[in-house]
Design a protein around this ligand. Structure first.
Ligand code: PLP
Length: 398
């Protein structure tokens, strides 16, 4: 008996695998510091947890409407109006089991076998795999380090073919932290209009921007951009709600309706009481998110400064999210004390895990073998200790 080709050719999430390895090592008593996980170390704010407890006490524990409760859809609409000036009705909003699930529904709704989706690279690990699961072909637009990992229409235009159907944007970006400007977004929106493309705008890290950058949704750039954009976002990062599994999509009602149908056959509704809590998170006070952003910003400064001070490593200052994506290729060709030659991001990540007991994700998983990704969603103490260990390990390379 054989397992399906679709399932066996899928590349499982490397970021989740690294986190699992770090967890396993810790359980074995090994003192490993993990920079692998894309998960805030903060607890979900109290008022959000209380809302879930109250919902459970009230017996709000049954199936809900597949695409989410009206209360949460209204909270999403309020949030999009408040933060982006965008108007959406309930029929244009759908709630899923995390932003990942929302994205998968969107790609399922938009892509036919053979359709091409433009994905800026470096990319978040799940975009290409999701596109492939839907029968589509990922086409990578180079967001080069020399250009601060940014893309604009000039880089995308040469990649378009009659089969191009979707343009994926992820600003701020996981893994690079690059946040696109109004000019870049406007150029890309114009290109989407000229070539009649859907835009999938992943805004999961919208609340986490630094250096005075203002997040801008491409959907806010005019009626045409609004009509061809599916916004996807999540409560995981901005509200420290990774385990609650609530994400949402907002866009044209015709697509939301199709996604609702898909979800009705795959998972049904996201967890009832988590939806109630998510509504409180989005519509309630935003102080805890602002506080977390300030804390991430301090950690960002600390980790960037430490990485920039290590010989052979180059690190740009990210404008958003909670990752740094240093270029470590200056160390390639050097040898470890045991004589092994470092020649790739995977080899360097293994060296760091074995020698320094720190977990990072090899850049190859995000489409660049010259880099590694570190999440700074961990305590300042871990950052300091981890960077001490990394600097000491790098100093041993010959
Ligand atoms: N989009 C991006 C760019 C991400 O980095 C993640 C999580 O790491 C997600 C979407 C999905 O997050 P979740 O499924 O937890 O909502």
């Amino acid at each position: 008996m054989r397992i399906s080709q679709r399932a066996t050719t899928l590349h499982p999430s490397a970021t989740l695998a690294i986190s699992a390895t770090a967890r396993r090592m810790r359980a074995e008593g090994i003192d490993v510091i993990s920079f692998g996980s894309g998960e805030p170390d903060f607890d979900t704010p109290d008022h959000i947890r209380e809302a879930a407890v109250q919902a459970i006490r009230e017996g709000f524990t049954r199936y809900t409407a597949t695409g989410g409760i009206d209360e949460l859809k209204d909270a999403v609409a309020l949030k999009l109006k408040r933060d982006a000036g965008l108007s959406y009705t309930r029929s244009q909003i759908m709630i899923s089991c995390g932003g990942k699930h929302s994205l998968y529904n969107v790609f399922q709704a938009l892509l036919d076998p053979g359709d091409e989706a433009i994905i800026p690279a470096p990319y978040w690990v799940s975009f290409p795999e999701m596109v492939k699961l839907c029968g589509g072909t990922p086409v990578f637009a180079p967001a080069a380090e020399e250009r601060d990992f940014r893309i604009d229409r000039r880089l995308v235009e040469p990649l378009l073919t009659p089969r191009t159907k979707v343009l994926v944007l992820n600003t701020p970006c996981n893994p690079t932290g690059a946040a696109l400007t109004r000019t870049e977004l406007a150029g890309l929106a114009a290109l989407a209009r000229e070539r009649d493309l859907w835009i999938v705008s992943d805004e999961t890290y919208e609340a986490l921007v630094y250096n005075g950058h203002q997040h801008l949704s491409v959907a806010a750039l005019g009626d045409d951009a609004y009509a061809r954009t599916m916004i996807v976002s999540s409560l995981s990062k901005a509200y420290a709600m990774t385990g609650w599994r609530i994400g949402y999509a907002a866009g044209p009602a015709e697509i939301i309706k199709v996604m609702d149908g898909l979800q009705s056959q795959m998972t049904s509704n996201p967890t009832s009481f988590a939806q109630r809590a998510a509504a409180v998170a989005l519509a309630g006070p935003q102080d805890s998110t602002r506080q977390m952003r300030l804390e991430f910003d301090c950690r960002r400064h600390a980790i960037v400064a430490r990485l920039q001070s290590m010989p052979g490593i180059r690190c740009l200052d990210p404008q958003g999210a909670f990752y740094v994506f240093p270029n470590v290729s200056g160390l390639y060709g050097r040898r470890t004390a045991a004589g092994a030659r470092i020649a790739s991001s995977s080899a360097f990540a293994s060296f760091l895990l074995e020698t320094a007991r720190i977990a990072v994700v090899p850049g190859i998983e995000f489409g660049s073998d010259a880099h590694i990704r570190l999440s700074y969603a961990c305590s300042m103490e871990h950052i300091e200790q981890g960077m001490d260990r990394m600097a000491a390990a790098v100093a041993t390379l010959q």
